[in-house]
Design a protein around this ligand. Structure first.
Ligand code: ISL
Length: 565
């Protein structure tokens, strides 16, 4: 089992991956049926978005029982089989730890709202008076509860009350729940909005000029104390599965896989979370290149990053993590990140940065070449390995996501003239694009379901699907497999330093990865223009999306990985 720095992660959104029983919703047995596919792809770690009992106000990110499987997804026996099946194939499995908030239907909240002196009252954040904080999903972040006449905090939906991490009893309950899953043998956690756990106890209004800036909620005063406690009490006592569990404290080879969702964490703060001397998390993933999605962005979308801007973000993060310090601590040790181009909260990377209409294969594989040769543990989002794209949604009713639906209520219902602008923007940036069902074949239901799918299937499933790509010689899928294989065999692509060799070039992303005397260079043309190959780079092409022996000028969306002499 490779350690987390040498792994490739694959994110599964269970609701949309594979439906085994025809109810239109993906499930655990569906995932089990695809384990051979995943092992064949060559990935090492599966991250499952939440699989726990939930009323699904936010598709499972609102958990009503952390130790039960959502019935639509299956049973605990199915989960045990899935975990065993993953381990048999050498795959690690990590779960989504969503502990900034629970569902309002969690028994803790049901109790908490009953009375001011209920033993669970202090598991959540109740106030008589409120500040001007806003929710991610539109409107104020405080909701008046009639029962006791006080407000509770919900930074996300009303049905996602924030947990009170100041309360040591709550923290112990969370740690106990984590042990429950780790004792079963899961290999770690992806941790949802982890920088939000600690709140400023004074609950100040947003500062002047930053009304509604949700990044303000990150990096609260006790966050590192809480994460160090979690590490000390839980994480350090477990290892990843290695077929033969090792007793005693883990070394770094077998340390659990922990990934913090670093919303609101800047590069200069990152090592506070992941510096090796900090004893907090193994990896973090940042939002600097994520699609900005505050409510007003659905009418006034942020301009897309230029390539030099995008490259600067990655250079900045690599430099920060390679430096063994961070703001306020000059001895953090170096840290590690999880790099990604797409996930369940962003539109499809191919629609965002590629050109699927004209260069589907070429642009999907060029982006993959960059992602899988970057420094940091790459995360592939389900469907990206076949070049899935944004889905054309024609009306608000076709969207499912609470973020888009709430924003529609606030922005369009009182101003119907904005409907077209809203829909055009949502067709570019909505989260639902990543959530349409996985396209396994060109069968009705895309091979995802035999029933009625819970969310629209992208009409391009007829020609963008796994079965066709398994049958063809030249496919995005086949190229991903070769890339993953190359990465696995090449230590420089794991541990090597990262240097951007042409930071200002508007169309080429060219960077080196150097380790122990070996130097690899990725040269990717992220445009449809034919561009001269950079003169300063020479060596042998080890992999390329126009053939491994391609030479001369770079064709449209051509990418090559070169071993320099
Ligand atoms: O992208 C976002 C921020 O601008 C939001 O869509 C997202 O809510 C944020 O990234 C936090 O994400 C995580 O927590 C949410 C859940 O809706 C997301 O799916 C999850 O990844 C609340 O649990």
């Amino acid at each position: 089992m490779p350690n987390y720095k040498e792994s490739v992660i694959y994110q599964i959104y269970p609701r949309s991956f594979a439906d085994s029983d025809g109810d239109g919703v993906g499930d655990l047995r569906g995932i089990i049926s695809k384990l051979d596919y995943l092992a064949d792809l060559g990935v090492d770690v599966l991250w499952l978005s939440p699989i726990f009992e939930s009323p699904n106000a936010d598709n499972g990110y609102d958990i009503s029982d952390y130790e039960a499987i959502m019935p639509q997804f299956g049973t605990m026996a199915d989960f045990d089989e899935l975990l065993a099946g993953a381990h048999e194939r050498g795959l690690n499995l990590i779960l989504d730890l969503v502990v900034n908030h629970s569902s309002d239907e969690h028994r803790w909240f049901v109790e908490s709202r009953k009375s001011k002196d209920n033993p669970y009252r202090d598991y959540y954040i109740w106030r008589k008076e409120i500040n001007n904080w806003q929710s991610f999903f539109s409107g104020p972040a405080w909701k008046l509860d009639e029962q006791t006449g006080e407000y509770y905090l919900h930074l996300f939906a009303e049905k996602q009350p924030d947990l009170n991490w100041e309360n040591p009893r709550l923290r112990q309950e969370i740690y106990q729940m984590m042990r429950f899953w780790l004792d079963k043998g899961v290999d770690g956690f992806r941790m949802d909005v982890i920088p939000f756990l600690s709140k400023d106890p004074d609950f100040p209004d947003y500062p002047e000029g930053r009304f509604g800036d949700l990044t303000i909620h990150a990096n609260g005063p006790r966050i590192h104390e809480f994460l160090q406690e979690m590490h000390r009490e839980v994480l350090t006592h477990y290892t990843t599965h290695d077929g033969n569990r090792i007793a005693g404290p883990p070394d770094r080879r077998t340390a659990l896989i922990t990934i913090g969702e670093g919303f609101g964490v800047s590069a200069s703060q990152a090592n506070l979370y992941v510096g090796e001397n900090r004893h907090e998390l193994g990896m973090i993933y940042h939002f600097d290149h994520a699609v900005p999605r505050e409510e007003h962005r659905l009418i006034h979308p942020a301009p897309e990053f230029t390539l030099p801007q995008l490259k600067a973000i990655f250079s900045n993060w690599n430099a920060a993590l390679e430096t063994p310090e961070a703001e306020g601590d000059n001895q953090t040790g170096t840290g590690w990140q999880n790099v990604y181009f797409g996930n369940h909260d962003n539109p499809r990377v191919l629609s965002r940065f590629g050109d699927p209409d004209h260069f589907h294969y070429q642009s999907a594989t060029a982006l993959a070449t960059v992602l899988l040769t970057l420094r940091g543990t790459p995360g592939i989002y389900q469907g990206d390995e076949i070049g899935m794209t944004n889905c054309p949604f024609t009306s608000i009713d076709e969207f499912d996501d609470i973020q888009v639906r709430n924003a529609w209520q606030v922005l369009v219902v009182p101003n119907p003239d904005l409907a077209n602008t809203f829909l055009t923007t949502a067709n570019r940036i909505a989260r639902d694009h990543a959530r349409t069902p996985m396209q396994w074949s060109n069968a009705p239901g895309a091979g995802f379901t035999t029933g009625k799918p819970w969310l629209k299937i992208n009409p391009n499933a007829s020609y963008v699907n796994v079965a066709d790509q398994q049958a063809g010689n030249q496919s995005v899928l086949a190229y991903y497999k070769r890339l993953i294989h190359l990465r696995k065999q090449t230590p420089a692509l794991h541990h090597g330093t990262y240097r951007d060799l042409l930071p200002n070039h508007p169309d080429l992303w060219v960077f080196s990865r150097a380790w122990n005397g070996a130097v690899y260079v990725t040269v990717a043309n992220l445009s449809a223009e034919v561009i001269a190959f950079p003169e300063a780079i020479s060596g042998t092409t080890v992999l390329g999306n126009y053939g491994d022996s391609a030479s001369g000028p770079l064709q449209a969306w051509e990418a090559r990985v070169i071993k320099t002499e």
